[in-house]
Write a protein that binds this ligand. Structure first.
Ligand SMILES: [Zn+2]
Length: 773
């Protein structure tokens, strides 16, 4: 007998040197996605159609390992891959009983069998397995070998590996299983074909109890555990693997193709309950021809993603473009980027929160932005324009700031999909004329919110997966003070009555929020944050189909507020970063830095920076007659009879709308009849200097004969007024003080439009010729 065994070993070693050069145990595995509490969120089948899970933890499941060794291979810690005594015993038992009772295989040999994946039970096959077992033992530790077993042993049907089995039979992570549950798992791989929880439950229970008895016998479990374990029933049904984060799973597979165990930062309850919220809107979605929705929750302190619903879908219904992961898709953002423009202008001293921004019908080239509510306020304070998401003031602000500058800023913030030039986007950039990804939007806002935090307890690391942080640039391009003021402006302080849905969202919680709707009602957005969480919501159709009811305020905001009511309420709010704020004296009425003419001065809180906003342009001195009823001037009245008064005066178009909204506004008194002629003249503030209407313009030549630029010029009655220049409908620049604009243009007819910031404009046509005659 001993000779025979020695012969086996000899043959085995010969095999090892000839046939097996390298252990390539390269099975295809399932990707398994776990929540922070260890719950399985989602998983897919492996390439060969198996639910083959890698162990979810680096430490081996101790109870299962002990159960397995007792059941399969009691001398596992001692032998070198082949257990001679076990084989002798098996041989003896098989001969005695005249049938195969035991194979005498060690765990290592079973790993070898799984490696060869052969159904053959011949002596040759057995020798091959022994040889391989010896090699495995030489090259791998006992722990590594048992891990291979735990990840590749069959557990019935296409369930492979103990982790997959644990979720299939118990719906729990392997490490949480009881002794009885582990014992049940340990006995399955020996005869997995017989696992049928309905038919063979008694047999399975019997085998399990026998193993429990052995565990007790070997003092691995105590008497009480043994007795209690016997009381435990075996499960009645198998449990389907959950599919609670299919889009996140696919996204992470493409991102980390070599990580089969994905321990995400997702909170299981939030993920499931957020999905339930979307589901509650199903009826409303259906009624309005809306099929898709997506949402994301981020922890502002850590940058961890807490919930990730890439697309709303009905269970089992994978049509309706369900496979599209909206979070990573390019969508039009509507007004959702406006807060960044507001913030950066505050940051650069180019805007003050209370400053009046023109809100009048505007035509810029062929482009006429309209407010969502189709009305105009004439002039509106910057913070209010942001809170109410008015489009015309946003376009004005972008004009002032510069389109290319804003594109550069957004790219610095991590918006990778905004990569065209300013000519491509034009001013509609601020109204959704560019495509963004929800993930990048969420990241930018979360970093912004995080940057305001006073005492950071943790480093912000944008992460979907624990220990796999995305690189986040530390230098957020907007200062803390401006970010703080922007978030303050987004807090629901007083919503205008024309947004008739806002009252539905009155919650106990303080939330800074913003909605957005893209052109053609294709994308409805809502974003919101408090001091702990950032939430983004998108509603629409993945194929871009619009719906008349699809607006951010109507469809996305209700979901946003439902999600916030799900989140733990926050007691604190951002504290003002006083060291980075300053008080500036501004005109109470205009919000601009005070001029000597401004009557009421107030303090305005703004970032500590060099304020580039000019002094109040709206307070003017006018001369009235002694009755104070009429305006006069020195040509029609003697200076002694003129009374100097200061008026808050908006340019005519602004005044027209402003007066409707604010009845207290007092227009200038009319000119006295004998003074009217001068008045007619004074309405013209813009005077064209060069070129004149319908004239020919010759391209000047440099000394070397090359073309030089043409210098366009106008005069403005108030030189400090901002003037915007458009050539053939395209914005070419803005001037203040000296109004000259050099252009290089083609031959032929051109249309020059100049417009001042108050809406007054002049347009001329001129003809460019090749050379001086
Ligand atoms: Zn003023």
């Amino acid at each position: 007998m001993i000779k025979k065994v020695s012969f086996f070993i000899l043959i085995s070693l010969i095999f090892s040197s000839f046939f097996i050069k390298k252990i390539d145990y390269n099975k295809s595995y399932s990707y398994a996605l776990y929540a922070t509490n260890g719950a399985l969120l989602d998983a897919n089948v492996s390439n060969d159609g198996q639910w083959r899970f890698m162990l979810s933890s680096d430490t081996l499941p101790e109870k299962l390992v002990k159960s397995l060794i007792v059941f399969e291979d009691i001398r596992y810690p001692l032998h070198h891959g082949v257990d001679v005594w076990a084989m002798i015993r098996a041989f003896y038992l098989n001969v005695k009983n005249k049938k195969i009772i035991s194979g005498g295989s060690t765990i290592t040999m079973q790993v070898a069998r799984l490696y060869f994946n052969s159904k053959e039970r011949s002596v040759i096959q057995k020798i091959k397995e022994m040889a391989f077992a010896l090699i495995l033992e030489q090259r791998m530790s006992k722990t590594e070998i048992i891990k291979l077993y735990l990840e590749n042993a069959p557990f019935g049907g296409n369930v492979i590996g103990a982790e997959a089995a644990s979720w299939r039979y118990f719906g729990r992570p392997l490490k949480t299983l009881s002794w009885a549950e582990n014992a049940m798992l340990a006995v399955i791989p020996n005869n997995p074909a017989n696992v049928n929880l309905l038919k063979n439950r008694n047999k399975l229970k019997e085998k399990r109890n026998l193993l429990l008895k052995k565990l007790y016998h070997f003092n691995i479990i105590d008497k009480q555990t043994y007795e209690l374990s016997l009381e435990e029933d075996i499960p009645e049904i198998t449990i389907d693997y959950p599919h609670n984060a299919p889009h996140l799973l696919q996204f992470l597979i493409s991102k980390y193709p070599n990580s089969y165990v994905l321990h995400s930062t997702v909170n299981e309850n939030l993920q499931i309950e957020t999905y339930q919220i979307l589901k509650r809107y199903k009826k409303d979605f259906n009624a309005n021809n809306i099929r898709n929705a997506a949402t994301m929750i981020v922890n502002i302190h850590t940058g961890n993603i807490l919930a990730y619903i890439g697309n709303y879908h009905e269970k089992g219904n994978h049509t309706d473009a369900f496979s599209v992961n909206i979070i990573e898709s390019k969508r039009s953002g509507g007004s959702i980027l406006k807060p960044f423009l507001y913030a950066t202008m505050l940051d650069n001293g180019e805007l003050l929160p209370d400053m009046l921004i023109p809100d009048v019908p505007t035509q810029i080239g062929s482009y006429a932005p309209k407010n969502f509510n189709r009305g105009y306020d004439g002039a509106v304070r910057a913070h209010s324009a942001l809170a109410r998401s008015l489009n015309v003031p946003a376009v004005k602000m972008l004009q002032w700031y510069g389109i290319q500058r804003f594109i550069d800023l957004l790219r610095k913030m991590g918006f990778t999909t905004i990569n065209h030039s300013q000519d491509y986007y034009g001013l509609s950039l601020i109204l959704g004329g560019c495509e963004i990804k929800m993930s990048e939007l969420a990241r930018a806002y979360s970093i912004m919110a995080n940057s305001i935090e006073d005492d950071k307890k943790q480093a912000f690391q944008w992460a979907y997966i624990k220990d796999k942080n995305e690189a986040v640039q530390n230098d957020f391009p907007i200062g803390k003070a401006a970010s703080y003021l922007t978030i303050q402006a987004m807090v629901d302080v007083e919503r205008p009555t024309d947004e008739k849905y806002w009252y539905l969202f009155k919650t106990k919680q303080k939330i800074a929020w913003k909605t957005g709707t893209s052109f053609g009602f294709r994308d409805a957005w809502a974003i919101g944050m408090n001091t702990d969480y950032f939430v983004a919501v998108w509603v629409g159709n993945a194929n871009g189909e619009g719906s008349a009811e699809l607006t951010g305020i109507k469809k996305a905001a209700p979901i946003l507020f439902d999600i916030f009511s799900l989140l733990p309420s926050v007691k604190y709010w951002y504290s003002a970063p006083y060291d980075q704020l300053q008080l500036v004296n501004v005109c109470e009425q205009s919000g601009y830095p005070t001029s000597p003419l401004c009557k009421d001065k107030v303090s305005c809180i703004c970032p500590k920076t060099n304020i580039k906003v000019r002094t109040c342009p709206y307070h003017h001195e006018v001369f009235l007659d002694t009755s104070l009823q009429y305006r006069v001037h020195s040509d029609c009245e003697s200076v002694q009879n003129m009374v100097k008064k200061t008026f808050f005066i908006l340019p005519p178009t602004m005044e027209y709308y402003y007066k409707k909204r604010y009845p207290w506004y007092r227009s200038l008194p009319p000119y006295r009849a004998d003074c009217e002629q001068k008045n007619q003249e004074s309405k013209q503030n813009i005077e064209l200097v060069y070129p004149q209407q319908f004239t020919n313009v010759f391209i000047p030549r440099n000394l070397d004969g090359s073309n030089s630029s043409i210098l366009l010029e106008i005069n403005h009655r108030f030189p400090q007024t901002m003037v915007f220049w458009y050539l053939d409908g395209t914005f070419i620049g803005q001037t203040q003080g000296k109004h000259q604009m050099p252009i290089v243009t083609s031959m032929g007819k051109h249309i020059l439009t100049v417009q001042d910031e108050f809406g007054e404009s002049k347009q001329i046509e001129f003809n460019v010729l090749n050379q001086n005659p």
